[in-house]
Design a protein around this ligand. Sequence first.
Ligand SMILES: [Zn+2]
Length: 442
Amino acid sequence: MTDLLITNAVLLRPGSTPAVQAPGALLVRGEEIAWVGPADMAPVPGAGTEVLDARGRVCMPGLINAHHHLYSTFACGLAAPPSGDFPAVLRNLWWRLDSALSLEAVHASALPPLARCILAGTTTILDHHASPRAVRGSLEALAAAVRQAGIRAALCYEVSDRDGPAVAAAGIEENVAWIEACRSVPDGRLAPLFGLHAAFTVGNGTLTRAVAEARRLGAGIHVHVAEDRSDQEHSLATYGTRVVNRLADAGALGDGSVAAHCVHVGAHERRLLAETGTLVVHNPSSNMNNGVGAADLRALLDAGCRVGLGTDGMRGDMLAEASYALVLQHHRAGDPSAAFPEPLDALLLTNAAFASRLFGRRLGVLEAGAAADLILVDHLPATPLHDGNLHGHLYFGVTGARVTHTMVAGRFLMRDGRLLTLDPDAIAREALPASRAAWSRF
Ligand SMILES: [Zn+2]
């Protein structure tokens, strides 16, 4: 494989020193970054080295989405009855849509959002999948689409009792089969988690069986937690305990587990999430869209929680999601100083640390020895940029600028704005008939 020297770039390196290197250069060798530093100290390119002049544009680590639903694509434009609260949104839209997915639809629905990820510079996702009429083989159908796209993805099937015991058992089996498949052929791009839908659709028998299998296989659990107030009301009425207490008692939390949302958690639950090292994933645009409330980032962080960032299937653009998180915290608190670095730190530091452990390589950093997962953004800083004001530039300069190049493991998935692994016309040809068929079953 030819070496690639990216030169004359504004290197944005959150978590590294210096955090801003301009003009900077970076050498990619094989699947890794071999060298990073000032452009005038860059290794002299050999005969076999390709040189890419970034012309003063931004180069930064590929972005990581810690909670995604690729299957949600087919909801775009779908007419569902008006829903006055979150349980109605689930009943009227999501549980009807996921029940309409065949294996073919699972594959076809994954391709458009994977293309969106690459276009937005998202190089790793943690997906949470449901297709209760097509459980067995659904994760392999997703994996085939992910392999085609070339990004990294941690997949899981969201086990639930809402479709009866046979579907719950099939969900457990699908997670087990997927985890075993990942363990037998580790490839660095696909990783396993064990999925649970949410506490209010998983009874104690299924919860116990699922956690036992996840623990036996050493996999973390990916579950929706207290997204809406109704999750807590159900837990108190049915089990006499709060959602996080119940999940902790069952052994579902831990430093490999992902608790998406945590909008409605109390002080004791925040302490449990912190003590177990569970990754709490904030999904601001989804929470606003569903009208479920706003997670209290300050309280979660003050309790010692690890807080990451996801989109909950809303989109693939993580820098936009960080900006939503910022304005939501300001709006929630009625205080424009309520948050500033926290949403970007969730995205660029916490997501990166969790994904690095999950995929077994350093992700989300521009450092020698890290995976060559990086993006170029068509943004020329118009104001002074230095280590002390990187966050301001990311929120108000880089966000919204066009990503031109996306690389995963040293391979370009997009170059000069052109997708190299996915063909938008072919995606539409596959997705349109599959979505029509799913809508007719809806
Ligand atoms: Zn979700």
